[in-house]
Design a protein around this ligand. Structure first.
Ligand SMILES: [Zn+2]
Length: 70
């Protein structure tokens, strides 16, 4: 059983919504402390979330640029 690095509480595996720079990525597998709510992601998950956020931000920029030109 894993312990939280912040408070020593019990860690549960959950799917959580993660927000990065205003972009929400839904149902991301994470280890969540049942006591303080601290979240831990493994490296591949963190990379995935970051790349999704970057993709959405890029699309959003393209969209707003397109609208400005219209
Ligand atoms: Zn904790």
């Amino acid at each position: 059983m894993k312990k939280c690095r912040v408070c020593g509480g019990q860690i549960d595996i959950k799917n959580v919504d993660v927000e990065i720079a205003g972009v929400v990525v839904k149902r991301v597998p994470a280890e969540v402390c049942s006591k303080c709510g601290e979240r831990y992601f493994d490296t591949s998950t963190a990379t995935f979330v970051q790349s999704v956020a970057n993709f959405v931000k890029q699309k959003r920029n393209e969209l707003s640029t397109g609208l400005a030109q219209a």
